[in-house]
Design a protein around this ligand. Structure first.
Ligand code: SF4
Ligand code: SF4
Length: 90
């Protein structure tokens, strides 16, 4: 398994990871049955999948909520969860 605990300077797909700007409507959550096959890490266009100990986690500072990881997971253990934000009075 490659060391994917830290953000890569360039993603596998060749993109420069950029920080999330607060506009996504859903975020992925990786379930406990993840086999760490790394397909989600390979496909994530923003390098937002990280290793944390023995688990894979999503770095929400970089995730854009595109859902590609959930679509590509072969055992469907990634759930896209709606982001609920409090409305501003301004
Ligand atoms: S694609 Fe699915 S099973 Fe594979 S590492 Fe990602 S979450 Fe885990
Ligand atoms: S939703 Fe998109 S940006 Fe976020 S972790 Fe999945 S593939 Fe990466």
């Amino acid at each position: 398994m490659p060391d994917i605990a830290k953000p890569y300077p360039v993603t596998v797909g060749g993109n420069l990871p950029t920080k999330f700007q607060g506009w996504c409507q859903a975020q992925p959550v990786i379930g406990d049955k993840c086999t760490r096959c790394l397909l989600c890490w390979v496909y994530c266009p923003d390098g937002a999948i990280r290793q944390a100990g023995q688990r894979l986690v999503v770095d929400y500072d970089y995730c854009k909520g595109c859902g590609i990881c959930a679509h590509e997971c072969p055992i469907n253990v990634i759930t896209m969860v709606e982001v609920v934000r409090e409305q501003s009075d301004e």
